[in-house]
Write a protein of this length. Structure first.
Length: 259
């Protein structure tokens, strides 16, 4: 988040001061910003290559490290190119390369959002509906042990779990559940927390935390199938877009140095 905010601030500052930037795209700092930005975006291929490499040929570092490195370069590379271009489209070949870069960078941010919904952190370990169901069952047992023993309350909570599991079985039910269960669970969570005793003792705090964790697990389970399919669809478009960017960048470099 800190990196995203920093990059966003740098983009905003550069846009506001674009006419006063002491940068020449064809010489000095401006030229090397273009080279550096293009190189960083080319290095982005290291992450998918690291994921698909055989154990004997893998580069050092975890998948999580390479994913974070991939995201960092996916922000810094376009930032360098924006300053290289002085935030203007320029000639036709420059506009094509810049437009392709903006599309790929935006696609990467969308993909990062989908990734966060179907993976546990940056580990590359994918969530599974079975593990989410087991997590909800464990939270229900802990809630009952912690003091929510009223059958009506447990039955009401259990109904959300059942709906979440059913929604995860197909794309369109899960798409509807993202909105429906997302809204309903938040209202139910608020009502249940309001009915619970308030206090600073460990038992009360643990009970409230378990309740919030349960409803979060319900929402995550309902979203899983929907975002998993969206992530697969995104993969089909993102890689071709990246190679289109590479082609546009090569055309831009050739055109600049020849003419």
């Amino acid at each position: 988040m800190l990196v995203i905010l920093t990059v966003g601030a740098a983009v905003a500052w550069g846009w506001l001061h674009r006419d006063a930037l002491p940068i020449d795209p064809e010489d000095g700092l401006g030229y090397w910003l273009g080279i550096g930005g293009g190189s960083m975006m080319l290095i982005l291929l290291a992450y998918p290559l690291r994921k698909r490499a055989k154990p004997a040929t893998r580069a050092p570092g975890t998948v999580g490290f390479w994913f974070r490195f991939h995201m960092l370069l996916g922000l810094l590379g376009p930032l360098a190119v924006l300053y290289h271009s002085r935030f203007s489209w320029g000639a036709l070949n420059s506009a094509m390369a810049l437009g392709a870069m903006v599309i790929v960078a935006s696609s990467g941010l969308v993909g990062r959002f989908f990734y966060s919904r179907v993976h546990r952190g940056y580990s590359g370990r994918k969530l599974e509906l079975r593990s989410l169901k087991r997590e909800m069952d464990e939270l229900l047992a802990q809630l009952a042990a912690a003091g929510i023993s009223d059958d009506g309350v447990l039955e009401h909570i259990q109904a959300f779990e059942d709906r979440a599991v059913r929604a995860g079985s197909a794309f369109w039910p899960s798409a509807a559940a993202v909105i429906g269960l997302g809204v309903e669970t938040r209202f139910a969570e608020r009502r249940l927390l309001a009915a619970m005793p308030r206090g600073a003792d460990r038992r009360t705090l643990n009970l409230r935390a378990l309740t919030s964790d349960f409803f979060q697990a319900v929402r995550r389970s309902a979203e899983f199938a929907f975002y998993d399919r969206l992530l697969r669809l995104w993969h089909l478009f993102h890689l071709p877009l990246f190679f289109l960017l590479v082609a546009a960048a090569i055309l831009h470099i050739v055109a600049v140095h020849m003419y």
